[in-house]
Design a protein around this ligand. Structure first.
Ligand SMILES: *Cc1c(COP(=O)(O)O)cnc(C)c1O
Length: 423
């Protein structure tokens, strides 16, 4: 039996062929009619995590109290870091969990600038996550007027400005830093090539892999990447505000200094020595006491991704994105939706942006009455994230048909066009 692309049966057939469908049952799906395509902003809650947190609260916190530090908590940041390492293509001793992505970016960028004081320029692009640019801007003002942040503009708001970078790099360049998968368009940089370009020019490179980890396979160690940071609450499903991770290449670890040198990075922490002496290895990039409950919530989500396998997740992510784009071409493009993501799946992460002049109102209609959750990103972008570990093809199909209905029947018109009216 042959179905055409826009049949529901076609989506059903794709779900039947999907080797990862059983993983959906590992997640709490409160309302099966509510289509959640926002796993790239906040992943779903794994059942195991809900059980684990209850057990930790009752036993480790409720009964064991301070004894739990020695019994399990003190090693948790390292242990979960080691688990994330294969998703990053890193060695286990190159990754640890700490703080937020923004704070880790600050720590690693400052450390990178300090090893090379003769070089004073940081290079990034205007597709980067705003918080990263705020942090970098703060760092350059902290370092003084000889330091400069150069933000290279994307040629089209979709693709990275790769062709311009070779001209911009010179003997003043200290650090290159980009989002590996950019948050709006989903464009994916060639991590290996840019890392090589940075090193050719004597600079270090720091990748923010927040939108890649758990959906796009990475090879940080083999690509000789110096530094990386990223979130655990997106495709890793660690929960709201779960702590971030950082990666430092093993050859670099003992040469770098953590600028927020708290007691968790102190050698022999519990001797309470008054003089700071940095720990060797990745632990020297820790700072203070981790939020244990949020940290513990990261582990089961990571285990699930490891069980599914990053290569299989990537295959499904590409199939789902290609399916969405085919549906866009047939059903949404004729209604005025533009594709704001790369066409080539090799240059694209696991989310897709489409734009429409009434994008803001359309998003309100989707959320308020069509039970489709995606992101709106100013000025006119609707962003759909596909989390291959729990999203089905049928969900993608239904999201597109509901979106089609909102636009074709102009259902969005009853929602205010003014963004300021929404908190
Ligand atoms: C989500 C995201 C962040 C978030 O940073 P926090 O400090 O953890 O809030 C940072 N960078 C990128 C690229 C992101 O996508």
């Amino acid at each position: 039996m042959m179905y055409s692309l826009t049949d529901a049966e076609y989506a059903q057939a794709l779900d039947h062929q999907d080797e990862l469908t059983s993983f959906r049952d590992e997640f709490i799906i409160g309302d099966p009619e509510r289509i959640y395509l926002d796993g790239n902003s906040l992943g779903r809650l794994p059942r195991r995590t809900a059980d684990r947190l209850q057990a930790i609260i009752a036993h480790e916190w409720g009964e064991r109290l301070i004894s739990s530090w020695n019994e399990s908590w003190i090693s948790l940041a390292g242990r979960i870091g080691e688990k994330i390492a294969p998703l990053l293509g890193a060695k286990p001793e190159e990754v640890i969990i700490a703080d937020s992505t923004s704070v880790n970016l600050f720590k690693l960028a400052v450390a990178a600038l300090r090893v090379n004081p003769d070089r004073t320029t940081i290079i990034s692009d205007d597709l980067n996550f705003p918080s990263d640019l705020y942090i970098l801007d703060g760092i350059t003002s902290l370092f003084g007027s000889s330091y400069e942040l150069k933000i290279i503009p994307s040629p089209d708001g979709i693709m990275g400005p790769v062709d311009r970078l070779a001209d911009v790099l010179n003997s003043h360049t200290a650090l290159l830093t980009f989002s590996h998968t950019v948050f709006k368009s989903g464009y994916v940089y060639d991590l290996f090539e840019l890392t090589r370009l940075a090193h050719e020019n004597g600079a270090l490179i720091l990748w923010d892999v927040s939108h890649s980890v758990g959906s796009v396979p990475l090879a940080l160690h083999d690509s000789q990447v110096d530094l990386a940071v990223g979130c655990t609450y997106k495709y890793l499903n660690g929960g709201p505000g779960s702590p971030a991770f950082l990666y430092v290449h093993e050859d670099l670890q003992d040469r770098l200094q953590n600028p927020i040198s708290g007691w968790f990075s102190q050698k022999n922490q519990f001797e309470f020595n008054l003089e700071y002496q940095a720990e060797l290895g990745i632990r020297r990039f820790l700072t203070g006491t981790p939020a244990i409950l949020s940290l513990a919530a990261v582990e089961d989500g990571v285990d699930l991704l490891l069980e599914a396998g990053i290569e299989r997740l990537r295959r499904k992510s590409i199939r789902q994105s290609e399916y969405f784009i085919s549906l866009w071409r047939k059903m949404l493009r004729p209604l005025g939706f533009r594709l704001n993501s790369p066409q080539d799946p090799a240059r694209r992460g696991s989310h897709i942006s489409i734009a429409h002049p009434q994008g803001f109102q359309i998003n309100r209609a989707l959320v308020e009455e069509m039970r489709v959750v995606c992101d709106f990103r100013s000025p006119d972008n609707l962003r759909f994230g596909f989390a291959p570990i729990y999203n089905s093809y049928m969900e993608i199909y239904q999201a597109v048909t509901r979106l089609h209905q909102v636009a074709a029947e102009k259902i969005y018109q009853k929602y205010p066009a003014n963004q300021s009216q929404v908190p």
